[in-house]
Each structure stands twice: as structure tokens, then as C-alpha cells.
Design a protein around this ligand. Sequence first.
Ligand code: ASP
Length: 451
Amino acid sequence: MLKVSKFGGSSLASAEQVRRVCDIITADPGRRIIVVSAPGKRDNQDIKVTDLLIAAASQRLMGKIGASECAEVIERYRGIASELKLPPEVMDSIARDLTERLENSTTDTDLYMDTMKAGGEDNCARLIAQVLQARGVDAHYVNPKDAGLLLSDEPGNAQVLPEAYNRLRDLHERPGITIFPGFFGYSKDGNIVTFSRGGSDITGAILASAVRAEVYENFTDVDSVFAANPSIVEDPVPISELTYREMRELSYAGFSVFHDEALEPVYRAHVPVNIRNTNNPKADGTLIVPSRTSTDIPVVGIAAMDSVCCIYLSKYLMNRQIGFGRRLLQILEAEGISFEHVPSGIDNMSIILREENLSAAKEKRIVEQIRQTLAPEDIFVERGLSLIMVVGEGMRHTVGIASRATGALADAKVNIEMINQGSNEVSMMFGVKSEDMESAVQALYAEFFDS
Ligand code: ASP
């Protein structure tokens, strides 16, 4: 059985965690392809290595030196390497690599930033390979360029190129244990490019799909995916099994345990994903599969996404105007904005966007453009909204979910600003004011899980 196992930043934050990770790797001969993040936070006050590297790079890009942030990163690795009694050469080469990255040319700012960011994962993978070798294990660091992880040339937000899969397939044949850094790959020009933040999940998913792994294990710091955010709902129930579609909806709307872009590669190759806890490897975790065996539970989770806004417009007889929607969306496209949802009525349309995508200046331009091109009777922008998603494949076969959900929100005195349900019926979305977000999630959780 070939497993691809990915370990997140909190699993690699200290020497003790690294030891645990190596124990987990060697406990199962199927774990032959290992993807690692950069060391994460050791406690709430701590700073992730990636954030330190971004801070160092930003300093340099502002014409400063960035040496203290870089030194902090080197210290993080040194702490781990010395506690694990690795030979000094290991640490020397990590320190040299990070210093070289810092001193690279900053002419191409995107390339400079991505090269710095990638240093966290790259050095962590080298370090883990060394720790395993010191234990007598046949483990080897593999560079994403040599392995063929080709990505689109979109710094900080790259996507895998289709041809990468064929190249990566050879990893299957590599003897011993492959230690592969997450989060970055190479453009066709040979430059380092990173995925969006949290992107090591994506690397693991791509490798699992390329080698057709039996399972993609994603080791993190929780026992499973829970039915609601534990900081909003006390002691939410764990979810033992989820479909890809359910996980996609939940991670889209704020379940940060698994990167939402990481589902696509495994979904296509039908590789199940097992979310597991490095600190409790005996727990079964959550399994993400193509279809669930138990669909008797109509709702699996309640997610909430904050900081959304809505452009609302109405125009009498909008439904008779051919091309109205296209012209409206074209205005957003021209501003480089992607929209989230477009709920509509006969004479009105709402466009839901992430607030971060609509600066005050863009809002002004867009509203002006809409007024000129489409002459709506009414147009306004509402900020400070949240989207609440009730997710579950079983909803399709169950009558009355919408009525239970709206009833629960009404009882909690939450005003519903909008409702949207896709025709696939995997989720139902409610737009509420941000101040009502927590009460909405709590009310829906109580309705579907407490009874
Ligand atoms: N280290 C990167 C980040 O913090 C990628 C990852 O951990 O998956 O975003």
C-alpha cells in the first residue's frame, strides 16, 4: 500500500514534534512519500517560519536588511537540529541556504518573495531527511524541480500544470522514503513559485494523485474535522466520514483544516484523504471519500465565512433585458474581481464578493460604471456580511431542511439577508449580518446536531 503523508507546520514546530513525525513515518512501511510544511507555531504567541521569512523579504524589498527575521528562522532550525543531535554540517547548510536566499537579487520582487517563502519548506524537508537518515532509515530529500512539479507562473498563487502529473508519477518507483517540500514548485522558466498560503496540502494532493496513492494522509493538530468551528460551538461533534463535495463546501466557507484547492487533484484520481492528528496518531481521524456510506445524517457541518459584501441592484423588467447579467459581470471582470455568488430575483440581482476584493476605490468605480451602463433604479453596497453554509449530501433526500434551518435562525432572532441553494443541494447558504454570525452558527448547530 502506497501512502502519501503530509505533515503540517504545527506537526514540525519543535524537535519533539519532529521526533513524533519521524516515529509516525517509520511506523508504517506504506508511508513512502512524505510532504512537509515549514515549522509552524509552537504556541499562540509564536510566529510561523513562513511569516518570519515573509517579514525578512519585505524588509529587504523596502531597502532594509531583514537580517534579524532571517536570523530568527535560522535559530528555529538550529534549535530543532541541536536537540536532535544532528551533525553541525546540517545546520551550516541550512543557514547558508537561508542567508543566500535573503541576499538574492530583489529586482524581480515576486520571484524574490516566493524564493524566500519556499525556504521554509525546502529546509524543513532537508532536515527531516537528515533526522531519518540519522535513525538509519533510507530517506532522501527530493527537490520539486527534479521531480517535475511544474506550476503556472503566478507567484504566491500558482496552480499545477497538467504535464506535472506524468513527471511526478516516477516518484512511485523511487526506493526508500521520499521527503518532499510542500508549498512550492517551478514555473516553465525554472523559477520558484509558491501556491497560496497553506499550500503544502496542495502539494500532497498533487503527489497522491500522480502516484495513485491508496490514501493521502494529512497530519495536523486536531483529531478530526468537527461539525462546526470549536471557537464558536462548544465541543462540536467530530465527523468521521465526508465526501469531497462536502469538504469542498466546508473548506470554502472557513474550515481551515484542509486547503480547499487541495481537493481537486485527489477528487479526480479518487484518492481518499485521511485527516489525522500527529499528537494522537491512534485516532482514526476524518476520511474524505467520493461517496459516503451513511447518508442518513442529512447535515454534516455548519461553516461560516466572514467579511463578505454584496452589491445589490434592481431594475424594473430586468428579466426581459438580454445580456444584463453579462454586462454587469463584465464590469467586475474589468476590475479583476471574481465573485462568489449571484442570487437574483425577477427585477434584482445581488453579487456577493469577498470584502478584501472590493477596495473603496474599486467600489466607487464599479458603482459608477453600473449606473452608466445599466441604469439601475436602485444600487447599493452592503458590507459587514457573513455567509453561513449548512452542508450535507443527505439534504438532497430529506424534506424540510430549509424549514428547520430558517426556523432555527428565526428563533435565534437572526435576520436572513439572503438565501442561496445550488442545484446540487450539497449546501444551503444564508447571508446574515456579521454581528449575527456566531448566533446563526450556534442556532443551526443546535438544530441539526443537538437533538
Ligand atoms: N508554510 C506555508 C504557510 O504557512 C505553507 C503551508 O504550511 O502549507 O502558508
